[in-house]
Write a protein that binds this ligand. Structure first.
Ligand code: ARG
Length: 470
């Protein structure tokens, strides 16, 4: 049974059927479809379009379908074109004639947009929760890092000493912004298309405010034409997912680098690393390489949907059926990635001697310039003088902390014996105590801030995680 057979003499060719059908992927919207139909039946009843008895039959039938879906006993039929067809077909099997009244004033156009928004709302909540767990691993790692210092890098060249805790937390904030971005997306996703009909709106006095409230939406859409064709929420979801992927990829890249023999800052737990089929000694950071790669996939999914949406004529077009696979794929990708990566981070071993060995004296060149600033020199001049010191050390083939005092004094008489105190990791980081800096006390404040954000329970988010699973 199709939902649209009346005007056709012949049935669809198999190949045309295959291309047209969306059941292979939109069956994932089954529970949302049932919930949407329950609310719609109630609205029809309130408008006098269903008798209370018909409504009760429909509600009971839909409830049975929900149970069948959850128990896995719901049988899809070969002729179920999409999830809406499947649910309506089953309802008719269960309750007979009243099932035919459910679709009054409704179109699959407003129906599918509603189902999909319900699904995305739940996906936002689940993804937010998973991100939050990931962030809490970063916080734990920061707490465990104590006073360990490593080189901070710019251009992947050693730059200045930083606290390892500060480094871990640098990856907390991008994900915090991602979580906030997802949360913000809720309000644009929770706009109800149902009641827009195919495009022109409902011809009966449906209380769309009540309908919106019933389904947990903030408001009905203001324009039915826009309502059935707006997929901004899907594109925005994919953008959020892409940015999460991108943030993870940067962290992953650091992990690939830091676990290499050349750096050796971290060692991965066996449970989160993989071997080579040929080289017996290999222990590879595959998970982090995959994390790096998935960002490309996510960005591709976003680009794909944006391209599909571009230039579509008003209002609903079948192209819009292609909105769901990329969103499902992006969600699945991240929900698979996040726990694996956070597990790998939680269990890796930090190698303090390797961190310490990487702290060469050149990292303190800026501290040396600041030393001259404290002796009254303008920073620009101090920078120039320390540059000379670095050049002299290079010429002599010694690190700058091994240059004798006379050499320093030949560059500037402001240099005195106390200059050598500058070559101390803790002294260096401790000076950067202004807000956001790498000093232990500043990082403690940052840590407290991060923990407060994690503790802030986003009740709204949690409420929309239902038991079924997005
Ligand atoms: N499977 C369709 C989709 O996902 C449902 C809406 C179909 N509407 C239509 N007029 N053919 O978009």
């Amino acid at each position: 049974m199709t939902l649209w057979g009346g005007r056709f003499r012949d049935s669809l060719e198999d190949s045309a059927w295959q291309l047209n059908a969306s059941i292979a992927f939109d069956r994932r919207l089954a529970e949302q479809d049932v919930r949407g139909s329950q609310a719609w039946a109630k609205a029809l009843c309130n408008s006098g379009l269903l008798t209370p008895q018909e409504n009760a039959q429909i509600q009971a039938g839909l409830e049975t379908i929900l149970t069948e879906l959850r128990e896995g006993s719901f049988r899809f039929q070969p002729k179920d074109e999409d999830i809406h067809t499947a649910v309506e077909r089953r309802l008719a099997e269960l309750i007979g004639e009243p099932a035919g009244k459910l679709h009054t004033a409704r179109s699959r156009n407003d129906q599918v947009a509603t189902d999909f928004r319900l699904w995305v709302l739940e996906a936002i909540a689940r993804l937010g929760a998973s991100l939050r767990e990931f962030q809490s691993v970063l916080v734990q790692r920061a707490e465990q890092a104590g006073a360990l210092v490593l080189p901070g890098y710019t251009h992947l060249q050693r730059a200045q000493p930083i606290l390892l805790s500060h480094w871990w937390l640098a990856h907390f904030w991008p994900l915090q912004r991602d979580r906030e971005r997802l949360h913000d997306l809720r309000k644009r996703t929770a706009i109800l298309p149902l009641g827009s009909g195919a495009l022109a709106g409902a011809p009966f006095p449906i209380d769309r405010q009540a309908l919106a409230a019933e389904l947990g939406f903030e408001a009905p859409c203001a324009n039915s034409l826009d309502g059935v064709s707006d997929r901004d929420f899907a594109a925005e979801f994919l953008f959020c997912a892409s940015l999460i992927g991108l943030h993870l990829s940067r962290l992953c890249e650091s992990m690939v680098i830091f676990t290499s023999a050349e750096f050796g800052f971290f060692t991965l737990a066996d449970a989160y690393s993989t071997g080579s089929s040929l080289m017996p000694q290999k222990k590879n950071p595959d998970l982090f390489e995959l994390g790096r790669a998935k960002a490309g996939k996510l960005v591709g999914l976003l680009g794909g949907l944006l391209t599909t949406l571009k230039g579509l004529p008003s209002t609903y077009d079948k192209d819009l059926q292609e909105d769901k696979p990329p969103v499902f794929a992006a969600y699945d990708t991240l929900m698979e990635l996040l726990p694996a990566l956070s597990g790998a981070l939680a269990t890796l071993q930090v190698n303090p001697p390797r961190l310490a060995a990487a702290l060469d004296a050149a990292l303190y060149a800026t501290d040396l310039a600041d030393y001259l600033v404290e002796k009254g020199l303008p920073f620009r001049l101090a920078h120039e003088l320390v540059g000379k010191v670095v050049r002299l050390a290079e010429e002599r083939g010694v690190p700058i902390d091994r240059l004798p005092l006379e050499v320093y004094q030949s560059v500037s008489p402001r240099f005195e014996a106390d200059l050598y105190a500058v070559f101390d990791p803790l002294r260096s980081v401790s000076r950067r105590r202004a807000e956001g800096g790498t000093a232990p006390e500043a990082v403690q404040r940052q840590l407290a801030q991060a923990k407060a954000l994690l503790a802030k329970v986003e009740t709204q988010d949690n409420q929309s995680i239902s038991s079924d699973g997005a």
